[in-house]
Design a protein around this ligand. Structure first.
Ligand SMILES: [Zn+2]
Length: 110
């Protein structure tokens, strides 16, 4: 078994441990962070809101956004969709871009 050392207290811990059993501090850099391209995430969400989120690994959120966006687009028939659809679109693109950046920097774990 491969061991590593806690970044906080220096205790020897399992290489797969996410949290040090000794001091309870979450280990940084132990995750395999898959780099996400914020541009790709934004473009995908621009094509269909939710796609960028799925690309980022936020599957549940992506599917939810896709469903809500589709409903919103259908609601365009009832005028209200003209208000909600652009808001959702802007949110989806911004969120995909921002999430990708946060995933890359390790601020967000998916
Ligand atoms: Zn520790």
């Amino acid at each position: 078994m491969e061991n590593k050392y806690c970044s906080n207290c220096g205790a020897e811990i399992d290489s797969k441990a996410e949290i040090c059993p000794k001091c309870g501090v979450r280990q940084k850099g132990t995750y395999i962070i898959q780099e996400k391209n914020p541009g790709v995430a934004a473009v995908l969400s621009a094509l269909w809101v939710g796609l960028g989120q799925i690309y980022n690994g936020e599957i549940g959120k992506g599917i939810l956004l896709m469903v809500v966006y589709t409903i919103s687009a259908v609601l365009m028939v009832l005028i209200i969709g003209f208000i909600t659809t652009p808001i959702l679109w802007v949110y989806g693109v911004y969120d995909a871009y921002n999430s990708a950046k946060m995933i890359n920097s390790g601020e967000k774990i998916v």
